[in-house]
Design a protein around this ligand. Structure first.
Ligand code: F6P
Length: 319
């Protein structure tokens, strides 16, 4: 193997740059050349390639976003687009590809691997919704961003004695809401994996008021539904003043935490080693502190479950 490619695809996640850096540096260490593919699969189809040297990935370990840019490519969803991508890779003498992204990106990676291109995936998404790995790159940073926001919201919530709903990302996954909810001391955490029980939310608010609590913070994962609507429902039932903060894409940016940089460094380097060992259709993961390789198709078949013990703990601590 002499030359490999690397791309970032789907929603960006803090730490993706650290992963790109690790891919390039580990590859160069092993005398491989690296081609950076711009804008994910869209750039792969168009042949939007740039050689990446050791210095090209200098000064990016601390930066959020992705220097390779990213996209969600419609064209790549159809066989014709994927064949065009294969041609571009052959033309550039690419013998392997590292795909940094989430589940959608991995589905694309599996297709390429079936077409004969060795591909290894590195899980990068703030959602932490990929089976086969305890953590995905970007999740820790996003959780810390949310906790920082909750700390600030708590100040004003207390001053005004208000109920605050904080909507966080996660269409299908309540991972960010759950982790940030516990770390931020939220009173209720509403996630798509568990049916919403508004009675319970209202009871908690009223119980808190009865013991002199001045504020209530409720975390809502976006997959549950509109936090604005839930807020109106609470207002109607309690007569309390509610406010809603939708954190949105703030969660996707910012300097990655040390945890995400470490994870990205370990995962990116291992991806290169796996390609050199002849792996394809594999994904790098972390399980109980160890970096492992798991079959990408198997991981995609599984729905990552939230930890219900942690969910129950959240309820107990917010008693
Ligand atoms: O998958 C990452 C994610 O940030 C989700 O949490 C969110 O639902 C979605 O991407 C938002 O996508 P877009 O960037 O297209 O608005």
């Amino acid at each position: 193997m002499k030359r490999i490619g690397v791309l970032t695809s789907g929603g960006d996640a803090p730490g993706m740059n650290a992963a790109v850096r690790a891919v390039v540096r580990m590859a160069v260490y092993h005398h491989l050349e690296v081609i950076g593919v711009m804008r994910g699969y869209a750039g792969l189809i168009e042949g939007d390639f740039r050689p990446l040297s050791v210095s090209a990935v200098g000064d990016i370990i601390h930066r959020g976003g992705t220097v390779l840019r990213t996209a969600r490519s419609e064209e790549f969803m159809v066989p014709q687009g994927r064949r065009a991508a294969m041609e571009q890779m052959h033309r550039a003498d690419m013998e392997g590809l590292v795909v940094i992204g989430g589940d959608g990106s991995f589905r694309g990676a599996v297709h390429l691997s079936h077409l004969g291109m060795p591909v290894v995936g590195v899980p990068g998404t703030i959602d932490n919704d990929i089976a086969g790995t305890d953590f995905t790159i970007g999740f820790d940073t996003a959780v810390n961003t949310v906790v920082d926001a909750i700390n600030k919201i708590r100040d004003t919530a207390t001053s005004h004695e208000r109920v605050f709903l904080v909507e966080v990302m996660g269409r299908r996954s309540g991972a960010i809401a759950l982790m940030a909810g516990i770390a931020g001391g939220a009173e209720s955490i509403l996630i798509p994996e568990v049916p919403v029980n508004l009675d319970e939310v209202v009871t908690k608010i009223e119980r808190g008021r009865a013991r002199g609590k001045l504020h209530s913070i409720i975390l809502v994962a976006e997959g549950v539904g509109s936090a604005l609507e839930i807020g109106k429902g609470i207002e109607r039932r309690t007569g309390l003043d509610t406010r809603v903060t939708i954190l949105g894409h703030i969660q996707r940016g910012g300097t990655p935490t040390a945890f995400d940089r470490m994870l990205a460094s370990r995962m990116g380097s291992r991806a290169v080693e796996l390609l050199m060992e002849g792996a394809t259709g594999q994904m790098v993961g972390i399980q109980a502190q160890d970096i492992v390789a798991v079959d990408m198709e198997e991981a995609l078949k599984e729905q990552k479950r939230i930890d219900y013990d942690i969910y129950r703990l959240a309820g107990i601590l917010a008693i």
